[in-house]
Design a protein around this ligand. Structure first.
Ligand SMILES: NC(=O)c1ccc[n+]([C@@H]2O[C@H](COP(=O)([O-])OP(=O)(O)OC[C@H]3O[C@@H](n4cnc5c(N)ncnc54)[C@H](O)[C@@H]3O)[C@@H](O)[C@H]2O)c1
Length: 425
């Protein structure tokens, strides 16, 4: 094991939680066979030797296994949280004490602490950034421009981060190449859809114990995340309506069997609102005014900006109370609206995030993209790249193999047929 600066530099809630963290990290490890294979190879080949990884990711059991993989590959790893509410304190403690990895993350940290932790990562002068939401990259470029040239390359985990990075590249502001892990098919088709679909439901159920069957549920955004949430809600007997701005996605939702409503139409109809757009103020003052007594709101998009919380607080005029763990109630003069996990990602704020089996693929892509970025950074321009298709295919192949599933291959005749333009009727 490479012992990093963890022994002296870290900021976590309670080191005594480490034993529980180790148990849970090992549980997740069992569900992550692809990452285990990569870790074994990394340990032999040391592809990240000498690389200082600055990571800004949700501090979960799955992330712990990714950090261990990078460390096995020879990297010096420092980790901060990518959201103030997504840190699992036992995992943070275990990473520091048991795995020798520096962590700067406390569940429930305030905004200043969140940025202090990102700065602690930046203080280590990373040569590779691994971001989830682009906050670390943004901080380096805005506050520490002189450090940007030290970074060989980066990787980005989520849709919102990729959108921000593309905006930076369009402004000629991006100082090094970044691999958009989210764009791997073995990431967004599975993590965003099946992972977020299941874990969003999990977060809502843990927080509220709500019976989904028979309820009216408005889901804003029918992207990969929204599709997963809608499918799971429908599977539990919910009546689901999609709120969209993209006509193609709205049509897709309609033909998948969902209602399509405007936010205004959904406001007085739904019992539960879930946002997954990556956008701001999707449900806002006029919608809160129209909502039913007891309506519940949750967000699964990256930032806590999808619900206009400022308006909600103003409308409640201080009449806000905690009614259950992770649920606040806003009293709007006799009508009560309920908010889960402060409007932050509900699956991480009120549950454990995605199941490890799906993060296995996302983080296999992260590990292999990090290796690729280190090997190829000199050939890459300062822009956003997709994950090389060969990596995507390898992750899918390994995952199928882990399920014990065999795949057919094209016969020579079939290969020739699909490559030819001469065959017709
Ligand atoms: N909670 C998690 O663990 C998790 C996991 C993956 C992604 N995410 C985040 O979830 C969000 C969505 O990701 P995605 O991959 O589904 O993105 P996506 O781009 O595939 O889908 C977003 C959808 O939202 C729609 N939209 C945008 N503005 C809207 C508005 N005002 N009203 C209604 N619809 C609107 C878009 O038209 C699009 O169809 C992002 O912020 C992403 O970073 C969260």
């Amino acid at each position: 094991m490479t012992v990093t600066r963890a022994a002296t530099e870290y900021d976590v809630t309670n080191l005594e939680l480490a034993a529980e963290g180790v148990r849970r990290i090992e549980w997740a490890e069992h569900e992550m066979p692809v990452l285990r294979i990569i870790r074994d190879r990394f340990a032999r080949e040391q592809p990240l030797k000498g690389v200082r990884v600055g990571a800004c990711l949700h501090v979960t059991t799955e992330t712990a296994n990714l950090m261990r993989t990078l460390q096995a590959g020879g990297a010096d790893v420092v980790l901060a949280a990518s959201n103030p509410l997504s840190t699992q304190d036992d995992v943070a403690a275990a990473l520091v004490t048991e795995y020798g990895i520096a962590v700067h993350a406390r569940r429930g940290e305030d905004r200043d602490t969140y940025y202090r932790h990102l700065n602690s990562v930046a203080d280590t002068h990373p040569s590779l950034t691994m971001d989830d939401g682009c906050d670390l990259v943004s901080l380096l470029h805005q506050d520490r421009a002189e450090q940007v040239k030290e970074v060989l390359a980066g990787t980005e985990e989520t849709t919102t981060g990729v959108i921000r990075l593309r905006a930076m590249a369009a402004d000629d502001a991006l100082g090094y190449p970044v691999i958009a892990v989210n764009e791997a098919q073995t990431k967004h088709l599975f993590d965003n859809r099946y992972g977020t679909g299941q874990s969003t439901l999990d977060g809502i159920l843990r927080a509220t114990n709500l019976l989904i069957a028979g309820r009216n549920i408005a889901v804003a955004g029918y992207g990969w995340v929204g599709k997963g949430i809608c499918a799971r809600m429908k599977g539990h007997g919910g009546h689901v309506a999609v709120v969209e701005v993209d006509p193609i996605r709205a049509l897709e939702a309609l033909m998948d069997g969902f209602e399509v409503k405007t936010a205004g139409e959904a406001a007085s109809w739904a019992d539960l609102f879930v946002t997954a757009t990556g956008n701001v103020n999707v449900f806002r003052r006029e919608h809160f005014a129209a909502m039913k007594d007891g309506a519940i709101m949750a967000n699964s998009g990256h930032f806590d900006a999808e619900l206009d919380l400022k308006a909600l607080r103003e409308m409640a005029e201080g009449h806000v109370r905690d009614v259950r763990e992770n649920v606040q109630e806003f009293d709007l003069g006799g009508k009560r609206l309920r908010l889960i996990a402060e409007g932050r990602l509900v699956n991480l704020g009120a549950a454990e995030g995605h199941p490890a089996a799906v993060m296995d693929m996302s983080f296999a892509n992260q590990a292999l993209a990090a290796e690729y970025a280190v090997q190829h950074h000199t050939e890459l321009e300062h822009r956003v790249y997709g994950v090389p298709p060969a990596i995507d295919a390898e992750v899918a192949r390994l995952k199928l193999a882990a399920f014990g599933i065999n795949l057919d291959a094209l016969t020579p005749e079939q290969a020739e047929y699909v490559a030819s333009w001469k065959h017709g009727t």
